[in-house]
Write a protein that binds this ligand. Sequence first.
Ligand code: C5P
Length: 247
Amino acid sequence: MTFDAHPRSSLIVALDFDSLSTALKFAEQIADLVGMFKIGKQLFTSAGPEAVRQVAKLGTGIFLDLKYHDIPNTVAGAVLAAAALPGVQLLNIHALGGSAMMQAAVQAISAGIPMGEDRPRLLAVTLLTSMDSKAMKEVGIAGTPQARVLHLAKLAKKSGVDGVVASVQEAKAIRKACGREFLIVTPGVRPKENSTSTKKDDQARTATPRDAIEAGADFLVVGRPILAAVDPRAAATAIVEEIASAK
Ligand code: C5P
């Protein structure tokens, strides 16, 4: 896939809404300023694949963030269906589903795409960033989160997956271990003006757009700093400018 070289192509805005009409109204305002929109479990569960079809009409790419994790055959079916939806450029699975599940997804992502046409890229979620050492131990996963993330990223690469979703803090080590071609998508991005603001949200470890690019991220996922901004266009533009200056 050849992504647009403009710095805006690195910005993915999370459409974290439960109503399709609200999501579309918001997306229309900023569609020309961003590379992709992310449709996650909330919007997809309330509005279904119609959300993908409608957002695709805006002309931006779509990151379908449904994090599949099931037996290989079921995941392959879901990936095949997702890849057939218009505009989907990125979609994801959980690396903890194992290499057989990841390989099934890798095969499925190209299966329905006509020869010569672009296929979506497949990402793996390594460990949820909400999992700390204690939460990992609770479910029987040993070691530090950092070590597990790196192990799972390498396993994903070996299984043929195109990249990972990872925090900025993990990006550098993943880039080093998995090479230049491996895609890294980082959420938890907060521009500087926001880090001093009194409004705190649930992202424990945040980084600026510059930090993300310098750590090796290919794409940045940003939600609330744009969604909740008084002027979403200005917020998106400022982030793209920061991406451009860090590249
Ligand atoms: O509003 P905010 O910028 O925190 O939104 C980030 C988006 O990225 C949300 O849609 C969230 O679900 C997603 N995400 C995340 N952390 C991860 C993986 C995905 O924040 N580790």
